[in-house]
Design a protein. Structure first.
Lengths: 362, 345
């Protein structure tokens, strides 16, 4: 092979390498553009901070830390994160929901127009359906920034919210109030929730540490529990109980503590999640292995009410879950009559409905 | 005369290995029953166990008894049973298909069982029926795998392996679709559980519902160990020795499928055990299936028991068993390959 041929080959190789590097750089730049054309990240500013507002538009930091500009008073709202629906119904803008994923009888009873909404995906957003619907606003979970950015990139303002803790839930309420043009109602709901939780905390404060009941909330399978970082775990503490699983350190929701660990804790009370539990309190009572547990002996195993509306859903309804737990563990502090009164008051305030004990299943 | 002596010595050695492994397994069962997050002294454990056998008067804590007999005992039995079942079916498949890379779920049984369980979860059936559905799903997947070569009028092992890949792939897609339409807040976690594997939710009823069939399948396979030796020589040689290859292979597949589907019913999918343990068995007990198969049962039981006990006692929250079997199995398999690199070439 001549030296010229070798030089030519080496030249071609270098050119080919340059082209590959250029293509890769272009791809990286384009993908970078894709992200920045969505909600721009603003990690320094607190979620809910209003950056700017005009007569028609509002720029706000969502709970994904993105700076999002939305139209004021959106008339068409889409979502595939079911938790959001209750927030919007409470805010009085349920009739503006035009696209959503899964619905449920309670939600449809409150807002019959939900039956007519377009399916925009259950949990995972259907971008094509959203593009056809073209809502004024898309609301989704803050952790799924890929979907939020993808929807933003097709020209639909998308807001990320997070509701796993009471603090995040109140921030979500604040953001949704602002972007939906229902700020005053959001404030009213926040105050209602905070007053209710403060009341239970005050009552719980009257119980001395050595008289506090120990308790756990079990998840979809026996052995799964709510740790201290989960809403259900915090609800237990607000209700004056010591959450045995508070210190379980796990990245997963509903970590598996295991039956043996639960036996070792031997809690005074066991609450079972109402959302998708594959067992009932009767299953626990009838299992001979559990017969010597304090909670079983004292008939203190309860399912959190969820027959019609779940009281442990992230949202202001969780205040009812806290009251239910407190009234169950400390009836001398929060009577059954008081619980019934507060439940009636809540549904009237939040949905304008009067619901019976039988219907709610508590 | 000399050959007979050698055979006797092999049998004696095999018997000794299996007896030793069985004793180790029994010893470990006793040890594992005594350890856990709930504190029971070894003395109380023994008292409760002996008391149950000899119907002694109860002078121990009722809660301790419930923990030991109602929680730890079924879990220990389940882990031994699942480990033994997976290792035995892995060894049988590796023998009859002359393929060291074959694992018990290569005919699609695990993915079929997951699909069966997922359909039952989607229909909100009670947990007992989820188990039944998982078992039937596993059997249906293997039936499909075996039927495809039949439809193509082929009797070769390669066709069966390829058919297993087809059915396994189809089942994975169906499972993906079920997960897509499942309720992300309630059903998805339950479906994922079947894929990750755990003994956290095992109870006596679950173990007893699968135990009789698993024992029968194990006994049949152990009784067939000589014929499995013949099948492992290859189709032509086996036929020349008078073996009805089709029938024998069919029985082996049915029994191994029952064992694997039963294991998945109890614990969900657990990887690596059925692939790695038979190799370790061959290193320890040799490749004579009459010795290897019982050895694999004991070794699989020991391995699974130890892994489950570790997941049970370390950390505040339990991790899925498959994570640990993968962490141990993958490097161990790499080490095996390194040792046998000359044979692999």
């Amino acid at each position: 092979m001549s030296s010229d041929t070798l030089k030519l080959k080496s030249h071609i190789k270098k050119r080919a390498l340059s082209v590959i590097v250029l293509i890769m750089a272009a791809v990286l730049m384009l993908s970078g553009c894709g992200v920045s054309s969505g909600g721009a990240a603003s990690p320094d500013k607190a979620p809910g901070t209003v950056i700017s507002e005009t007569e028609n538009e509002l720029t706000i930091i969502d709970q994904a830390g993105r700076e999002v500009t939305v139209n004021r008073d959106p008339q068409s709202i889409a979502l595939c994160y079911r938790v959001v629906v209750r927030f919007l119904l409470n805010l009085g803008v349920g009739d503006r929901i035009s696209g959503m994923g899964k619905t449920e009888p309670f939600l449809e009873d409150v807002q019959p127009s939900l039956k007519e909404t377009v399916d925009v995906g259950k949990g995972v957003a259907d971008i094509e359906a959203l593009a056809s619907l073209k809502p004024d606003l898309f609301i989704h979970k803050a952790s799924d920034t890929e979907t939020l950015d993808a929807v933003q990139n097709i020209g639909i303002p998308s807001v990320g919210i997070d509701v796993e803790s009471p603090e995040e839930m109140l921030t979500a309420l604040d953001i949704l109030g602002k972007v939906c043009g229902a700020e005053e109602r959001a404030l009213e709901l926040s105050e209602y929730y905070e007053t209710s939780v403060e009341m239970t905390l005050e009552l719980a404060g009257t119980v001395s540490d050595n008289k506090k009941k120990t308790a756990i909330v079990m998840g979809s399978s026996i052995g799964k529990v709510a740790d201290g970082s989960m809403l259900q775990g915090k609800m237990l503490e607000s209700a004056g109980a010591v959450n045995c699983a508070a210190d379980l350190k796990s990245a997963e929701l509903w970590p598996t503590a295991g039956t043996e660990q639960i036996f070792s804790w031997d809690p005074d009370y066991i609450f079972i999640t109402g959302s998708g539990a594959s067992y009932t309190a009767d299953d626990i009572y009838s299992d001979p292995a559990w017969s010597e547990m304090k909670a079983v002996k004292g008939k203190h195993v309860f399912m959190i009410p969820s027959a019609y509306d779940s009281w442990e859903f992230p949202g202001i309804v969780s205040s009812l879950g806290i009251e239910f737990m407190m009234s169950t563990m400390y009836p001398e502090l929060l009577s059954d009559e008081q619980l019934e009164h507060d439940v009636t008051d809540f549904y009237m305030m939040a949905y304008g409905m009067e619901l019976s004990r039988e219907k709610l299943g508590y | 005369m000399g050959r007979e002596k050698t055979l006797n010595s092999i049998n004696r050695r095999g018997g000794l290995i299996n007896a030793a492994l069985f004793l180790v397994l029994l010893f470990l069962i006793l040890i594992c029953l005594c350890v856990g997050k709930y504190s029971i002294s070894a003395g109380d454990c023994l008292k409760i166990l002996v008391g149950q056998i000899f119907h002694l008067e109860q002078n121990w804590n009722g809660m301790d008894e419930n923990m030991l007999l109602g929680v730890r005992f079924p879990r220990t039995m389940a882990s031994v049973m699942v480990g033994a079942s997976l290792a035995l079916s892995g060894a049988v498949y590796q023998g009859i298909f002359k393929n060291p890379l074959v694992s018990p779920d290569f005919l699609g049984v695990s993915s079929g069982a997951c699909v069966g369980a997922a359909i039952a979860i989607l229909m909100s059936l009670p947990s007992g029926l989820v188990q039944v559905s998982a078992f039937l799903g596993g059997l249906a997947a293997v039936f499909l795998t075996v039927a495809i070569p039949g439809l193509m009028r082929s009797d070769s092992n390669i066709m069966l392996v390829l058919s297993g890949i087809i059915v396994g792939g189809a089942m994975s897609s169906i499972l993906g679709f079920i997960k897509y339409i499942a309720d992300p807040e309630t059903q998805l976690a339950a479906i994922t559980y079947w894929q990750l594997g755990s003994f956290a939710y095992v109870n006596n009823a679950a173990v007893l519902s699968v135990l009789p069939l698993s024992i029968i399948a194990t006994l049949v396979l152990l009784a067939m160990s000589w014929w499995i030796n013949v099948l492992s020589l290859g189709e032509q040689e086996a036929k020349s020795l008078g073996a009805d290859v089709r029938k024998l292979r069919g029985i082996c597949i049915i029994c191994s499928t029952i064992l694997t589907a039963g294991a998945v019913c109890i614990s969900g999918t657990i990887g690596w055990v059925g692939l790695v343990v038979p190799h370790f068995g061959r290193m320890t007990a040799g490749s004579d299936n009459r010795i290897l198969l019982p050895a694999c049962c004991c070794m699989g039981g020991i391995f699974m028991l130890l892994v489950d006990t570790v997941t049970r006692i370390i950390g505040p929250a339990e991790m899925p068993v498959s994570i640990l079997t993968g962490l141990i199995g993958a490097p161990f398999f790499a080490w095996l390959l390194y040792r046998q690199r000359r044979n692999v070439r």
